[in-house]
Write a protein that binds this ligand. Structure first.
Ligand code: ASP
Length: 329
């Protein structure tokens, strides 16, 4: 494909077009429920273009003059820095509020007031918050687009989009795959969002977790209603050989009220090179990171270990989402 600078693109079939007709212009991204297969293909097409452009020219001025407010009430390494990198590679800039305790939040300011203040300076707000539904609340009050970067144990839609994009770029297709999710499926918001997105495809889902960390029933029921095959396991040995994707998660220590309960499950699973002997040759291991012992570092050189590549796909997805909600894609 011939590369065209995005600002000079008048072709309606290419992803960079006119703000007035851009389908996501001014929209919030709060849940994966906003996406169907067409919208996902569109997003992935834009993300793929972003990848090509980063690889060829590194940065370009699609969002020159635009400002992102990165508002994080919970710790983050990848999500916050990849949104910053995404905005800056597109020529925009960022107001980073990673330590809300140093902002007026510590004086007791409410979330609606904080977002209404930030949108006076910014064009888009990325929000991470410990409470489920916080981003919907923020979006209710904000005039500018709000992107949910994780709301407690609720959803993490941009992570699920990058996870799905990773699978599609690495394995070339989504239909027909067997995806095994392992670890803390109760508190892990990334698996909640990913399972919902995968239910738009013809996939088989396996859930491996300790009894107290099972995938929530409401999500299983939701996916069941779409007719997907789902199975639950306690041990991963039973399912490694059939998995095309092994999606590993950490036990979410910060969500446990009872620390003894956390201690009882924290080392439940460790994936090592020995585990992979039974795995397919063409499959991938993913992890939203941070890992805290669930995947041994000895596995990092295995070409099937996709978790660091997965982070890079996150940059392209977040570039695509920012361009979309700011009317440039
Ligand atoms: N970074 C991911 C999240 O924010 C996964 C994790 O923290 O375990 O949900």
């Amino acid at each position: 494909m011939t590369f065209m600078p995005p600002t000079h693109n008048n072709n309606p079939h290419l992803p960079f077009g006119d703000q007035r007709t851009a389908p996501w212009y001014g929209k919030d991204i709060l849940s994966v429920k906003q996406f169907d297969r067409n919208k996902l293909s569109y997003t992935f097409e834009v993300a793929h273009e972003m990848r090509i452009m980063v690889e060829r020219i590194g940065a370009f001025d699609l969002l020159k003059g635009k400002i992102l407010a990165n508002l994080f009430y919970e710790p983050s390494t990848r999500t916050s820095s990849s949104f910053t990198a995404a905005m800056e590679r597109l020529g925009g800039s960022v107001i980073p509020i990673n330590e809300v305790r140093y902002s007026s939040v510590s004086k007791g300011e409410s979330l609606p007031d904080t977002v209404r203040s930030l949108e006076c300076y910014a064009d888009v707000i990325v929000l991470r918050h410990p409470e489920v539904g916080a981003s919907s609340l923020a979006a209710k009050y904000a005039r500018k687009p709000v992107i949910n970067a994780g709301d407690g144990i609720g959803e993490h839609p941009t992570q699920a989009l990058l996870d799905l994009f990773t699978i599609s770029e690495e394995l070339g297709h989504l239909d027909g795959l067997t995806v095994t999710m392992l670890g803390d499926l109760k508190n892990g918001r990334t698996v909640h969002s990913l399972a919902r997105l995968l239910s738009l495809y013809d996939v088989k889902l396996n859930y491996v977790s300790p009894e107290i960390l099972k995938m929530p029933k409401e999500i299983i029921d939701e996916i069941d209603a779409k007719g997907l095959q789902q199975s639950e396991y306690k041990q991963f040995d039973d399912v490694i050989s059939e998995s095309d994707v092994l999606y590993v998660t950490r036990v979410q220590k910060e969500r446990f009220k009872d620390k003894k309960e956390y201690e009882s499950v924290k080392g439940a699973y460790v994936i090592t090179p020995k585990t992979m002997v039974k795995a397919k040759e063409k499959m991938i291991i993913m992890h939203p990171l941070p890992r805290v012992g669930e995947i041994s570092m000895e596995l990092d050189d295995d070409p099937r270990a996709a978790y660091f590549r997965q982070m890079e796909y996150g940059l392209y997805i977040r570039m695509a989402l920012l361009a979309m909600v700011l009317g440039k894609a």
